[in-house]
Design a protein around this ligand. Structure first.
Ligand SMILES: NC(=O)c1ccc[n+]([C@@H]2O[C@H](COP(=O)([O-])OP(=O)(O)OC[C@H]3O[C@@H](n4cnc5c(N)ncnc54)[C@H](O)[C@@H]3O)[C@@H](O)[C@H]2O)c1
Length: 309
């Protein structure tokens, strides 16, 4: 089938593009290369360099490509930038999402897959692992804008009978994650350790996150092509991993013997985060398969070999 992937030059989007192409689908990409990389672009996909905030240009691409499925992964995903520049965040994540939804509706795309964030929409004070029906109380503009995106998908489902699956990813890690970004502690630690530099852990190392390997996230995106209509599904492991455990796992994979620098706790960081993936198992038949230590080893090897490493 013909699939249009927004954000297909990014970390997660490009891994999804590669898999869709390998499975025999036709793929078109929209990306403005703001955080994505040209080197991530699969040459077998058609590429349109533009911003999803340009509604007219987005519609023109949709009319040219006529996608059956729209995988919406383009986003401003820097939490700190979202707090510092809330309008910029909302322009990309809310107005941009609306451009994509409108264009998809106009060309009568069969289905949308939307990448939301389990780490950012729930906030603190929810049960752990967090089920999908926990009340979202985002703690950042990024969490609010991703949740707003979800609300529009559900609205389009009600108003126009648009089919969609919302995937709320936990903390995704793996090859192609940007080690110079604000998120992605595996990639950041690996990059520094490979250069012989000591990474900083903010706080004492006991904050937790739910790390899901990008290959498992890709699998959820494959399953969602045919299943999960109208559903909002957590894509994570249900396991909490501390910052210290991440440090130790990356250090072991790199062969780095030095301890971390412990810095000041960062204001606004959620203390504990972990999503319950049982509904994704019921609805999609999806389960995480890659063990954290194996995923870290693959990520470190990628980083060692890549130019960014
Ligand atoms: N990485 C995670 O742990 C995580 C967790 C939850 C949700 N997500 C979501 O998954 C999606 C992909 O994230 P990622 O980690 O691959 O980040 P990424 O920054 O690597 O990918 C985002 C892509 O979108 C593109 N983009 C940004 N603004 C754009 C615009 N205005 N127009 C067109 N393209 C634009 C970027 O160039 C980039 O290629 C995002 O929607 C993000 O919110 C990621």
């Amino acid at each position: 089938m013909k699939i249009l992937v927004t954000g297909g030059a990014g970390f997660i989007g490009s891994n999804i593009v590669d898999r869709y192409l390998a499975d025999g689908h036709e793929v078109a990409i929209i990306d403005d290369l703001s955080t994505g990389r040209r080197s991530n672009l699969n040459p077998d996909a058609s590429f349109h360099e533009l911003s999803i905030t340009d509604a007219e240009a987005v519609l023109a691409v949709f009319e040219q490509e006529m996608p059956e499925v729209v995988s919406h992964h383009a986003a401003q995903m820097d939490v700190r930038r979202s707090v510092a520049e809330p309008q910029f965040d909302a322009e990309t994540n809310i107005i941009g999402t609306l451009s994509v939804l409108e264009a998809g509706r106009r060309v009568e795309a069969r289905k949308f897959i939307f990448s939301s964030s389990g780490g950012a929409v729930y906030g603190d004070g929810v049960p752990l692992p967090t089920p999908e029906d926990a009340c979202p109380e985002p703690l950042s503009h990024y969490g609010a804008s991703k949740f707003a995106g979800e609300v529009y998908f559900r609205l389009y489902g009600r108003l126009y009978d648009v089919r969609y699956t919302i995937l709320r990813y936990a903390n995704v890690y793996g090859p192609r994650q940007n080690p110079h970004g604000e998120a992605g502690v595996n990639a950041i630690f690996a990059n520094l350790m490979l250069r012989g530099e000591r990474p900083t852990i903010f706080g004492t190392g006991d904050k937790t996150r739910d790390y899901v390997y990008v290959g498992d996230v890709v699998e959820a995106n494959v399953l969602a092509l045919e299943r999960g209509d109208g559903e909002t599904l957590n894509i994570g492991t249900g396991v909490q991993t501390t910052d210290q455990e991440v440090y130790d796992a990356v250090a072991a994979a790199v062969g780095f013997g030095e301890p971390p620098i412990y810095g000041e706790e960062r204001a606004g960081d959620i203390r504990r985060s972990c999503v319950d993936p049982s509904r994704a198992k019921e609805v999609l038949g999806w389960e995480p398969t890659v063990d954290f230590h194996d995923g870290v080893r693959i990520t470190v090897e990628y980083q060692r070999e890549s130019e960014v490493g």
